[in-house]
Write a protein that binds this ligand. Structure first.
Ligand code: 7RM
Length: 630
């Protein structure tokens, strides 16, 4: 709490200090945590390798900092409030003490199954408290978790299991999502035909029928039944891996972003405390899924380290109707509400009637994350949800940054619609032109880089350090490149403009265009494809696929549907193209590179001014693509 920023001048002071004396600054923050052994050096870094280490030599366990650090004072405070998918099903509340016991019990169960320090554990679960318990139990014993969003397909899951050589999978029988009951264990079974693990632990949620493989598969309630609620925390090094989280990039397969223990802990709590200005007794609700980084840092680790009450919601915004979010806010008297622009836009479409039924007066702070929030959605959120009295924190960050990087400090930093505003202390932004020259001063636009390390930054991409170096540290020498375009306005405020690489952002979910193309190309009738993003009213960006295909024995509609199903099966429903256009050819340069700029223009419907097409091998193909657009 002593690290809390209270005023704008306080922010400016802290920011200055974090830049001029970064080691002293972060040492002071880190000293409010419990270290079994204090670090000997705050920071060592080199962005060329890259090699970044924080709190070197420090020994700790992150769960001791959630539990033992403050059990005496906050043991009886609610840690997790769980709201079920169905409003008629009773929810659950776990106090810090209760959560602690559950984490220990499950940690012991993992140990009994031979899982320990350094082992990789995949968590493929619905939004139930056990998902958080699973993460914390891994952290307790030094196992490395990798949460995979339960909407991913069996082959996406198998890829991740194989890539990190997981020893176990923690899952559920099924998942309730709106009016649907979705099989989960069956997807795991399918994934395990293409990969293998020693142990699968299944949490019983839907009670649907599942097959259990003798000797490999166990029920959650059975494995914890005889376990003790005491489990000593494993002593971890500050730079020991805490988790791997797979995320899409501009090329090929998703990469496993690696976060380590000490730095991630310090930054996730520090950013949570300051950005949201959480105060004791507040109910905080982040609507993300634990399968994404937002769920890791701002449902589980940040809030729990801060001793906050974090609400976990199993359902969807529109079930049983479009007032569900607001019903939950009223029911639990939510004070801080953190969601994604895509959800705001989706609810905006239902008008204000679903809101009016509910008392939203408990709300104090609103947050936004995942993609640029357009001005219209910002104003709607501010007026109709915040009733013009709640500051909005538009938080820019990435899986790789581990925590919020650019954001207002709630109620302290003056906001501007669609602006993430200013960097948090410790975050040294840099805008560069395409050649890598820093653009100084205000009123500039370019690519967003970060020129100094921060504690929760990516350490490596699992199993492939070279890829980490190439993706983030090679485009611009000596800097971390975010992949985002940005503008710094006349006030020095930052506005994120979106990705400048081949990553698209669909409803706040990152998709690599190459990843979708690979899935499309699996269809036997597909010869070649090119995928781009296009502006989509609700999703932010939609997926537009141009496909060259052999139509023998197929009608157009047939083939298009088959391709959509293919992608859904290979990656998951979130990657299903919104539009597929069958084309006779793709606009390629003489060297064979697809000119995506042209495809993006056609997809967004701006058909005049295609720019220079003279370098194309066959400029006619552009005319044919435009003519074929429906
Ligand atoms: C937290 C998260 C990262 C990408 C990032 C941006 C985009 C995220 C904002 C945003 C504009 C924001 N991690 N992004 N937050 N763009 N304003 N407030 O989403 O790894 O899944 O995605 O998301 O393009 O590079 S992520």
């Amino acid at each position: 709490m002593s690290d809390r920023i209270y005023t704008l001048s306080g922010y400016l002071y802290e920011y200055q200090k974090s830049v001029t004396q970064p080691e002293e600054f972060w040492a002071r923050i880190a000293d409010s945590f419990h270290w079994r052994k204090r670090w000997s050096k705050v920071l060592k870094w080199n962005f060329d390798e890259p090699n970044v280490q924080w709190f070197i030599g420090g020994k700790l366990n992150i769960t001791e900092n959630i539990f033992e650090r403050h059990l005496f004072t906050i043991g009886d405070r609610p840690a997790i409030i769980w709201e079920a998918n169905d409003p008629n099903e009773a929810g659950r509340t776990l106090t810090y003490k209760e959560l602690f016991y559950e984490v220990n019990r499950f940690a012991n169960a993992l140990k009994s199954r031979g899982i320990g320090k350094g082992d990789k554990v995949i968590i493929y679960m619905p939004m139930v408290p056990e998902a958080a318990i699973a993460m914390l139990a891994c952290a307790r014993i030094g196992a490395i978790h990798s949460v995979v969003f339960a909407g991913f397909s069996s082959s996406a899951l198998a890829d991740r299991v194989n890539d990190c050589e997981a020893k176990a999978i923690l899952t559920s029988d099924g998942n309730f999502r709106g009016s649907k009951k979705i099989a989960v264990k069956a997807v795991v079974d399918e994934a395990l035909e293409k990969s293998s693990v020693e142990t699968v632990i299944v949490y019983e949620r839907t009670k649907q029928e599942v097959t259990m493989k003798e000797g490999r598969d166990f029920w959650w309630h059975e494995v914890i039944a005889s376990e003790s609620e005491q489990c000593p925390a494993e002593e971890m090094d500050s730079e020991d891996m805490l988790f791997i989280l797979y995320t899409s990039g501009s090329t090929g397969k998703p990469k496993g972003v690696v976060h380590t223990t000490g730095g991630y802990m310090v930054y996730s709590q520090y950013s949570f405390d300051n950005v949201f200005q959480y105060s004791e007794g507040d109910v905080y609700w982040c609507t993300a899924d634990v399968g994404w980084i937002t769920g890791h840092s701002y449902i589980v680790y940040g809030p729990l380290l801060a001793g906050a009450t974090t609400l976990m919601f199993e359902g969807v915004p529109t079930f049983p109707d479009a007032g569900r979010f607001w019903a939950v806010v009223e029911k639990h008297k939510v004070n801080v509400f953190y969601t994604a622009p895509t959800a705001i836009r989706a609810l905006q479409a239902y008008g204000t009637e679903p809101i009016q039924k509910y008392d939203l007066s408990s709300l104090k702070v609103l947050g936004s994350v995942g993609e640029p929030i357009n001005e219209e959605a910002w104003h709607w959120y501010h007026t109709h949800i915040g009733k013009n009295k709640c500051p909005i924190v538009d938080t820019w960050w990435q899986t790789e940054t581990g925590g919020i990087m650019v954001s207002p400090i709630a109620g302290i930093t003056p906001t501007k619609p669609a602006y993430a505003t200013l960097p948090l202390p410790g975050v040294q932004l840099c805008i560069v032109d395409p050649e890598g020259n820093e653009l100084t001063g205000n009123s500039v636009e370019g690519n967003l880089c970060i020129k100094f390390p921060w504690p929760s930054m990516i350490r490596t991409t699992y199993g492939d350090h070279e890829r980490c170096k190439q993706t983030y540290f090679s485009t611009y020498k000596g800097m971390y490149f975010t992949g985002d375009g940005v503008k710094r306005d006349h006030d020095g405020y930052y506005r994120i403009l979106g990705r400048v690489d081949d990553v698209i952002n669909v409803s706040g979910h990152r998709m690599g265009t190459a990843e979708v193309e690979n899935a499309i190309n699996e269809h036997p009738k597909v010869i070649e494809s090119a995928v781009v993003g296009y502006p989509h009213e609700v999703k932010g960006q939609g997926i537009y696929a141009y496909v060259i295909a052999d139509l023998t024995n197929r009608t157009e509609d047939n083939l298009i549907n088959e391709i959509k199903e293919m992608v859904s099966k290979i990656i998951g429903p979130i990657a299903k193209p919104d539009k597929i256009q069958l084309v006779p050819g793709l606009p390629k340069t003489r060297s064979g590179k697809i000119m995506r700029r042209i495809l993006r223009k056609v997809a967004e419907g701006s058909l005049d001014n295609m720019g220079d097409t003279s370098t194309l091998l066959d400029p006619d193909v552009v005319t044919k693509i435009i003519e074929g657009k429906k």
